[in-house]
Write a protein that binds this ligand. Structure first.
Ligand SMILES: [Zn+2]
Length: 237
């Protein structure tokens, strides 16, 4: 393909990406990263496959109910592309293990189902000095932002502090329409692939948050500004 070429394929083959979560967003993200040939994919989840997940978590299937999600995801991705390195990590993503998990990684993607992990992906990526994409889906609505540490607005610049624990329902409780997670997941994967191919910030969701309403298929971009007192990126060049 003229847009990618041998050089682009080499860049993608050398890329190391971490994906936090192997669920509704994680399924398309992981599938498309693997299919594109991203050289090393580390993925983190500490859950098991449940029948109620399968409307959106399409990397898993009915034969894998009860399996560890990272094992289920690994076997699916291995079949899809045996030539890449897969690094499944069966732990809960926390502030204590974030630094170790991000070690050696060049791009982070949040595919979690909770705000705590989204803030943490953002904070850990900024700490590690690597770009990231953070998004979320509830019912028919999705949003997504990509972050370039030191030169762009971060997720915490926009949303400030985590809401107190228990004050908000998890997306799964509110309901997720499978296709919303699928669409946003594909967009997140494309953000990472474009980064490795050298697309400029302007071509990515940098300093502008994507808001998608799948009911109307309205795609809106909201300009977002850096917060100089942001706890994650404030004061960092
Ligand atoms: Zn910030």
């Amino acid at each position: 393909m003229p847009d990618i070429g041998a050089e682009g394929q080499r860049k993608i083959g050398n890329a190391k990406v971490i994906v936090i979560g192997t669920g509704g967003l994680g399924s398309p993200i992981l599938s498309y990263l693997a299919a594109a040939g991203i050289g090393t994919i580390r993925f983190v989840d500490n859950d098991v496959v449940d029948l109620s997940n399968l409307n959106r978590q399409v990397i898993h299937d009915t034969l894998k109910i009860g399996q560890r999600k990272v094992d289920s995801a690994r076997s699916a991705l291995q079949s899809l592309n045996p030539d890449i390195t897969l690094e499944p990590v069966d732990v809960k993503f926390t502030r204590d293990n974030a630094k170790e998990l991000f070690n050696g990684i060049q791009y982070a993607i949040d595919a979690s189902d909770n705000l705590e992990a989204k803030f943490l992906t953002n904070d850990a990526a900024i700490e590690a000095g690597i770009p990231c994409t953070v998004g979320g889906v509830i019912r028919w609505d999705g949003q997504m932002l990509s972050v370039r540490p030191g030169r762009s607005t971060c997720y915490r610049c926009v949303f400030g502090e985590e809401p107190p624990e228990g004050s908000m329902k998890a997306p799964a409780e509110l309901g997720i329409i499978g296709v919303t997670a699928g669409l946003l997941g594909v967009i997140a994967a494309s953000e990472a692939i474009k980064y490795f191919l050298g697309f400029p910030d302007e071509a990515c969701l940098v300093n502008r948050m994507l808001m998608v309403d799948v009911r109307s298929l309205d795609f809106a971009h909201v300009a977002v500004k850096r917060n100089p007192t942001c706890k994650a990126c404030g004061g960092k060049a």
